[in-house]
Design a protein around this ligand. Structure first.
Ligand code: C5J
Length: 221
């Protein structure tokens, strides 16, 4: 056991049971022409965290600890896309529409891919998920059980949507969750701040939050 300096108190990391989960660092959320921009968001906020996500991933790899990636995406026939999700809001491009990087949020399309700087390497698990939470309609829970993983460090986007949803799903399933503060981002700075506060309130009711440097220092100890 090694303590990671965290809020609201130290995170008791178990190096043989911990994994990094990188949520949805996809071109569709980070690049012009993708889903994020079609919803009217400033996607440059997302690309700014790439260096911090990258050093977290590289730190876990160097320490021999598992790295799991998720991608929000749907089948080409849209059979896993509820109309309630497709029709929500007023985007300039809907999920499944043809955009400048291929069909929006469809598995296998160029825009759906993980950013090249953060791409999975051989042997790393990639979870394709149709929902905001990574446990819904995926085999993530079984994969974690098989590997005896009980603690998850979170990075990725967006803090208050797919990251927070997955942290809450994981927390309810008994996982201890730690969010890497500089390695997550929202299109709305105030939502990131609020999500971090909500997660660690009431004695870490959803989980802990920590700085990337403190996580890296502890896992290399
Ligand atoms: C959103 C996500 N924001 N990955 N997806 O629609 O957070």
């Amino acid at each position: 056991m090694v303590d990671i300096k965290a809020q609201p108190f130290a995170f008791p990391a178990k190096p043989d049971q911990i994994a990094l989960i990188v949520i949805d660092m996809q071109r569709d959320f980070a690049e012009p022409g993708g889903f994020g921009e079609s919803l009217g968001n400033d996607v440059s906020r997302i690309t700014k965290i790439v260096p911090d996500v990258k050093r977290l991933i590289e730190g876990f790899r160097k320490a021999g600890l598992p790295v799991i990636h998720t991608m929000e995406c749907h089948r080409p026939d849209l059979s896993d896309l509820p109309p309630a999700k497709r029709d929500r809001g007023n985007p300039s491009l809907r999920i499944g529409d043809e955009g400048p990087m291929g069909r929006i949020l469809i598995a296998g399309e160029p825009g759906t891919a993980i950013l090249p700087d953060l791409a999975p390497i051989n042997g790393e698990i990639v979870i394709e998920k149709p929902g905001k939470g990574a446990f819904y309609a995926t085999d993530l829970g079984d994969i974690l059980k098989q590997r005896c993983i009980t603690q998850l460090v979170f990075a990725g986007v967006t803090t208050e949507v797919c990251v927070q949803t997955t942290m809450r799903e994981a927390n309810d399933r008994g996982y201890e969750c730690l969010l890497a503060e500089e390695a997550t981002e929202s299109y709305f700075p105030e939502f990131k701040t609020a999500a971090i506060a909500m997660i660690r309130a009431q004695g870490a009711i959803v989980g802990w939050t920590a700085h990337v440097d403190d996580i890296l220092e502890a896992i290399h100890a």
